[in-house]
Design a protein around this ligand. Structure first.
Ligand code: GDP
Ligand code: MG
Length: 445
């Protein structure tokens, strides 16, 4: 998917604004990208429509190419649809009721309900200092009840045992009564799931919901399920008054496209994500991060922001004019270029923001090393006279020795810098003569 998006970026590089014609092709790529991330088809259709409306005619600001601008719009819309428009209060777990607050977990078998009961319980104990009781109504699988007992012990919450042949609702009601009498803050109700939507299962959960009056009815869904998510979510959403979603297995290879579909179909906020089998693998849901994951682009948007902020726009313009007028590119200009690079801050933090594949290609960068190089280059230029900076060709052996001594470096390093400067100047000349296209070719060769 990242490849697709970088293709989008490339396709429209060099075009000044986003137009009807270049948008068509880009949107086609974005559509395929979303489908590859397992976002359900109706959701993709809606998203593309939104993106198109936002993108058309959008002025491309500053140093962004239209491709980068479009990726920005895609990311923003995705974030919005996935829950960026929910307020933090809407994403917060609601406990505002006469205790015990009943939290009902519903979802297919294997979605991660029992694991999530433990994770949520642990979170309530650790983060909210609550007294928590858990109960299982999964009477069809004794092992599932045992599983909740084990998980509860690990989570430091209490477990309410059931009796043989007890019905789900009876167990839950006894547990609620017990929780009231023993002043629990929260009762977590784990339910039985099926491998697919099933009338009996639905009626059972629905009956629990009607009688227990949970303050939260949470739909637990596996992020790996892909296109199926939309049907499951629809079925649960129609049968139960859901208050939120917990997305599990976000640690897997899935891009998390299911998150988008489930949020879209139910209209309910995603409140938490499960990341791993351990009980500590439980986090609040962050729409922006999830949108980035779906797009597979790391923090590329914030990277674009950083670059925009760091490069001094006025200086860059002055510089561009200078080149246009044909003024010679000298060592002063070179120094300015380097200073701008330095402005970008730590090199490794820039690399970290790139998508994983690029970051790997770039390898690890030693910040200290890179900064030392930049400082050294500046030091050498500082040791030159203004005349030498303007006319570097007068720098011969004796001047080199003087400069090297002044900057505390070897003559070879002065030579290296002059060589780099010459390459930069050639590039500038090419830019003046043949424009960007020629320069890009030179880069590639
Ligand atoms: P239930 O049938 O809905 O109660 O699902 P379980 O809680 O029993 O989970 C089914 C399987 O998924 C178990 O093997 C869990 O360890 C695993 N699982 C649950 N949540 C996560 C998660 O966030 N990440 C990973 N990797 N595995 C999970
Ligand atoms: Mg279970």
């Amino acid at each position: 998917l990242t490849q697709r998006l970088s293709k989008v970026v490339k396709t429209i590089t060099g075009q000044a604004r986003i137009t009807e014609s270049n948008t068509q092709e880009m949107l086609r790529e974005v559509r395929i990208a979303l489908l590859e991330a397992d976002v359900a088809i109706p959701v993709v259709r809606d998203l593309i429509k939104r993106i198109k409306e936002k993108a058309l005619g959008e002025e491309v600001v500053g140093s962004l190419t239209p491709g980068q601008a479009l990726v920005g719009i895609v990311h923003k819309e995705l974030t919005e649809v996935i829950g960026g428009s929910d307020t933090p209060q809407q994403r917060e777990l609601n406990l505002a009721t006469q205790p015990p607050a009943v939290l009902l977990l519903a979802g297919l078998q294997g979605a991660g309900k029992t694991t999530t009961a433990g994770k949520l319980g642990r979170w309530l104990v650790k983060e909210k200092k609550k007294k928590v009781l858990a109960v299982s109504t999964d009477v069809y699988r004794p092992a599932a009840i045992e599983q909740l007992k084990t998980v509860s012990a690990q989570a430091d919450i209490d477990f309410f045992p059931s009796q043989p042949n007890e019905k789900p609702l009876d167990i839950a009601e006894r547990a609620l009564d017990y929780a009231k009498r023993h002043f629990y803050d929260v009762l977590i109700v784990d339910t039985a799931g099926r491998l697919a939507i099933d009338e009996q299962m639905m009626n059972e959960v629905s009956e629990l919901e009607k009688n227990l009056h949970p303050i939260e009815t949470l739909f637990v869904v596996d992020a790996m399920v892909g296109q199926d998510a939309i049907n499951t979510a629809k079925a649960f959403g129609e049968k139960l008054p859901l208050t939120g979603i917990i997305l599990t297995k976000v640690d897997g290879d899935s891009r998390g496209g299911a998150a988008l579909s489930v949020r879209f179909v139910t209209g309910k906020p995603i409140k938490f994500i499960g990341v791993g089998e351990k009980l500590t693998g439980f986090q609040r849901f962050e729409p922006e991060a999830m949108a980035g994951r779906i797009l597979g682009m790391g923090d590329i948007v914030s990277l674009v922001e950083d670059v925009k902020n760091a490069v001094d726009v006025q200086k860059a313009q002055k510089f561009a004019e200078k080149i246009k007028k044909g003024d010679a590119f000298d060592l002063e200009d070179f120094k300015e270029q380097i200073a701008q690079v330095k402005n970008l801050g730590s090199f490794s933090s820039l690399i970290e923001k790139l998508p994983a594949q690029f970051a790997q290609a770039a390898g690890s960068i030693d910040d200290a090393q890179a900064n030392k190089m930049v400082s050294r280059t500046e030091g050498i230029i500082n040791s030159m006279t203004p005349k030498e900076r303007r006319k570097p060709e007068i720098i011969k052996a004796s001047r080199k020795r003087r400069i090297a001594a002044g900057a505390g470096v070897s003559v070879q390093e002065v030579n290296k810098l002059l060589k780099q400067f010459e390459q930069s100047r050639d590039m500038m000349k090419m830019m003046k003569k043949g424009g960007m296209a020629k320069m890009m070719r030179a880069f590639k060769s």
